[in-house]
Design a protein around this ligand. Structure first.
Ligand SMILES: [Zn+2]
Length: 396
């Protein structure tokens, strides 16, 4: 398809048609500040209007649990789906993840209460201006000083300093990771391997303070979606397990508690053919003038050879513009993709060209990213299937 000449391509997607994350009113970055303000923590502001304060607050973050996928599976997730309405006093609604809709970015938005343009983790991989090379923000490779990369305090640290009993209950593997340090640290860390143990421990930690803020996490729904797709039995089996975990935690809530089940992003299954998977590594047209390819299949940061920025933008828009929103860095910033402001240290981490998928398509890179290029389920962009995440409430 990239061999076609310009006049074979209809108009590229207009940037204003991208459904923007609801920064400041209903995005993941708004959740913890709202909850912390309800706990009386000085500093954070409540920006999600309809949430009522509680003395004990637990956030259960399920990796990869999109709002649309949850609603499409009431049989596999009867408990969580029952929270969508008001039958249990719940106030189920979607939040937007933020751009890109990817784990490192979303966890940083949750933990710092800041949009990506401020916390500075604006992608799966981005260019580190200090080295000129790619930095994988999920695996933190290559290592760079976490606190210069993300200098803001987490909401957990603010809550802990304000005397709120604060705890993270997650996999032991995350205890010393830089991502945990800069996004989720503050208060006690409790590593448990099994989901059931995490739920039980989270309930116990919630009860351990008069005012408490507890975060717990489960990752394997996302893993199943990546490997087998959201249409797979494995994914549905994981969803059933997540539903039981959430119910187990809900049934153990101590008095005066609120549990919020949420997620970092949803998921889109992408067919395995050349039409849906455009291989950057074999496409001479897309590669021309590109020094570095960052991000992931549905949310690309493209770093141009100096001087080639506008040529790369022109070609990418011409070749991909019907299926991707293709923006220059300044256009994406002006459109608010990364939030209302971009910190100076974050600006050069963003691609010269930024491509966000509109259709069920990917820009894969079979040579430089063989593992990622083989994934069935993907996420990153602004479509509702990957951008909307649930915010489900249970109160005791
Ligand atoms: Zn994922």
């Amino acid at each position: 398809m990239s061999q076609l000449s310009a006049w074979d391509h209809p108009e590229p997607l207009a940037l204003h048609t991208a459904p923007l994350p609801e920064y400041g009113t209903g995005s993941l970055a708004d959740l913890l500040p709202t909850l912390a303000a309800g706990l009386g923590v000085p500093g954070p502001r409540a920006t999600i209007g309809e949430l009522t304060a509680a003395d004990r607050v637990c956030v259960f973050l399920v990796d990869g649990l999109g709002w649309e996928q949850l609603k499409a599976h009431p049989d596999e997730a009867p408990f969580l789906n029952s929270l969508l309405g008001s039958s249990r006093g719940g106030t189920g609604r979607p939040l937007t993840a933020g751009y890109p809709a990817t784990t490192a970015t979303s966890l940083a938005s949750v933990g710092t209460g800041l949009p990506p343009g401020a916390h500075g983790l604006p992608g799966y991989t981005v260019r580190d201006p200090a080295t000129g090379g790619l930095m994988n923000q999920l695996r933190w490779q290559p290592y760079t000083d976490p606190h210069s990369w993300q200098p803001y305090p987490t909401v957990f640290q603010l809550a802990h300093a304000a005397g709120v009993h604060t705890a993270q209950v997650t996999s032991p593997a995350f205890e010393h990771t830089p991502l945990t340090k800069i996004a989720l640290s503050g208060g006690g860390f409790h590593g448990r391997l099994s989901g059931e143990d995490r739920m039980d421990l989270a309930a116990g930690q919630l009860a351990a303070g008069d005012r408490s803020l507890v975060y717990t996490y489960y990752s394997e729904l996302d893993g199943a979606g990546h490997r087998y797709g959201v249409a797979s039995d494995t994914w549905r089996g994981q969803l059933m397990y997540v539903d039981r975990l959430a119910q187990r935690l809900a049934e153990q809530l101590p008095p005066r508690s609120a549990l919020y089940v949420t997620a970092d992003h949803g998921m889109v299954d992408v067919p395995f053919d050349d039409e849906h998977r455009i291989d950057f590594d074999t496409d001479w047209e897309l590669r021309a003038g590109v020094a570095l390819l960052g991000g992931e299949g549905r949310a690309r940061h493209v770093y141009a050879v100096p001087g080639a920025e506008s040529d790369v933008l022109t070609v990418w828009r011409e070749v991909l513009g019907e299926q991707f929103w293709v923006a220059s860095r300044d256009e994406a910033i002006a459109a608010g993709w990364f939030g209302p402001r971009i910190d100076e240290r974050v600006y050069a981490r963003l691609g010269d060209v930024i491509a966000a998928a509109h259709d069920d398509v990917l820009i894969i890179a079979t040579e430089r990213e063989p593992k990622e290029s083989a994934l069935v389920g993907n996420h990153g962009s602004m479509t509702p299937a990957e951008q909307l995440v649930p915010l489900l409430e249970v109160r005791s």
